[in-house]
Design a protein around this ligand. Structure first.
Ligand SMILES: NC(=O)c1ccc[n+]([C@@H]2O[C@H](COP(=O)([O-])OP(=O)(O)OC[C@H]3O[C@@H](n4cnc5c(N)ncnc54)[C@H](OP(=O)(O)O)[C@@H]3O)[C@@H](O)[C@H]2O)c1
Length: 345
């Protein structure tokens, strides 16, 4: 039976993206509150976060994203944002797992995040299967900041080899994805080496990294230590170099970071890099991961458990109003953000 709270208005405030381009494509305006369809939940959004893929959807780059559901000339979905935390305000037909008022977090989109997901708004209609209850004691900003980055980690990092005492290296470890990879590997008992830039090395020790490397000074693909897993957020070194520090049966995982345009991969982004890895994979002894690992339970459930136990605690840079998104995006582009920027609609 569809259910809804009495107090849902007919219109809401949202960030609206009219075109692809610079931060002036955004304005804040009023639009109709979405109606949850079958299997969907209407969430009163209390927090949503800013991350690299929202930048891609703003620019419409790499251009291939326009053919991957983003919208050819302008965004198909005008409201940016992929992750959210909030309260269930209504449920559509066929939803019986959530009740009105439940505190939930999750992601509005599935595998392809190079498009707008509609969460930078007061309300968002999201498939119930993409949501999970927020554990007691965890705030909306922390939950929203974990949903997308945490799922990216779990959709790429195979957990079976990450066991007590195994050696994991995370490259780009202080970023939103990397810092959760460090914490998840630590929660599994791994010995973690974290590589990032000097201002962030102390924060990496604070989240449990056993060893930190200044990537501006030291080449992490050289040295005598051999790793069981390399989790490479940045993708600036080729596989051949990483193999020098990987165990013969180790795992290499590439996330890939286009560095807000400075890599100039404006047409295909990291896709050629991924294809090249897939072609090399059969010819190397290490496992080069090009397909998602199988998980014993849904990633959001795991993340909720780790949030509750304190094993995962995302760093929040700031909590801002929705209309501050353009300025926040500028800070993200300039690498001035320390942790996650969260919006509270
Ligand atoms: N975060 C998400 O939720 C999310 C969502 C969708 C997709 N992704 C994918 O994941 C990728 C990474 O996202 P992210 O949010 O984790 O990025 P991020 O926050 O920018 O993290 C990258 C980290 O690497 C550091 N770094 C830069 N150059 C380095 C070097 N030479 N050696 C060592 N460290 C270096 C950066 O430092 P500086 O900041 O000082 O440069 C930063 O701390 C994105 O490009 C995107 O494709 C992420």
């Amino acid at each position: 039976m569809p259910q809804s709270s009495q107090s849902i208005p007919s219109s809401m405030t949202a960030v609206l993206q009219s075109d692809y381009g610079d931060i002036d494509v955004y304005r804040t305006g009023a639009v109709a509150v979405p109606v949850p369809g079958p299997g969907q939940v209407l969430v009163r959004v209390r927090a949503t976060s800013l991350h690299a893929d929202i930048w891609h959807a703003m620019r419409g780059e790499p251009r291939i994203l326009r053919l991957m559901g983003g919208g050819f000339v302008r965004p198909n979905q005008p409201i940016p944002g992929t992750d959210l935390a909030g309260e269930v305000a209504a449920t559509g037909p066929d939803v019986d797992v959530f009740r009105l008022g439940d505190r939930v977090f999750g992601q509005a989109l599935g595998w392809n995040l190079w498009r707008n997901g509609g969460t930078c708004a007061e309300y968002a209609a999201v498939d119930a299967v993409r949501l999970e209850r927020i554990p007691q004691g965890i705030g909306f900003p922390e939950a929203a900041a974990t949903a997308t980055s945490g799922q990216i980690v779990l959709q790429n990092l195979p957990l079976e080899p990450v066991v007590d005492g195994c050696r994991v290296l995370v490259h780009g470890a202080a970023g939103c994805v990397g810092s959760l990879a460090v914490q998840i590997a630590k929660a599994r008992g791994a010995v973690v080496t974290a590589v990032d830039l000097p201002p962030k090395l102390d924060s990496l020790r604070a989240i449990g990294a056993d060893q930190v490397i200044d990537g501006s000074n030291v080449d992490p693909t050289e040295g005598s230590v051999r790793y069981d897993v390399v989790f490479d957020v940045l993708g600036i070194h080729p596989l051949g170099r990483w193999r020098r520090v990987l165990e013969p049966t180790g795992h290499y995982i590439l996330i890939g970071h286009d560095q807000y345009g400075s890599c100039r991969r404006t047409v295909l982004g990291s896709i050629p890099k991924m294809l090249s890895l897939a072609l090399q994979a059969p010819f190397v002894s290490q496992k080069v991961l090009v397909s998602p690992p199988k998980l014993a339970e849904p990633p959001l459930k795991m993340l909720a458990r780790w949030l509750e136990s304190g094993a995962v605690a995302p760093q929040i840079d700031s909590v801002l109003a929705l209309d501050q998104l353009p300025q926040a995006m500028r800070r993200l582009e300039r690498n001035e953000v320390n942790g996650r920027i969260v919006f509270a609609p």
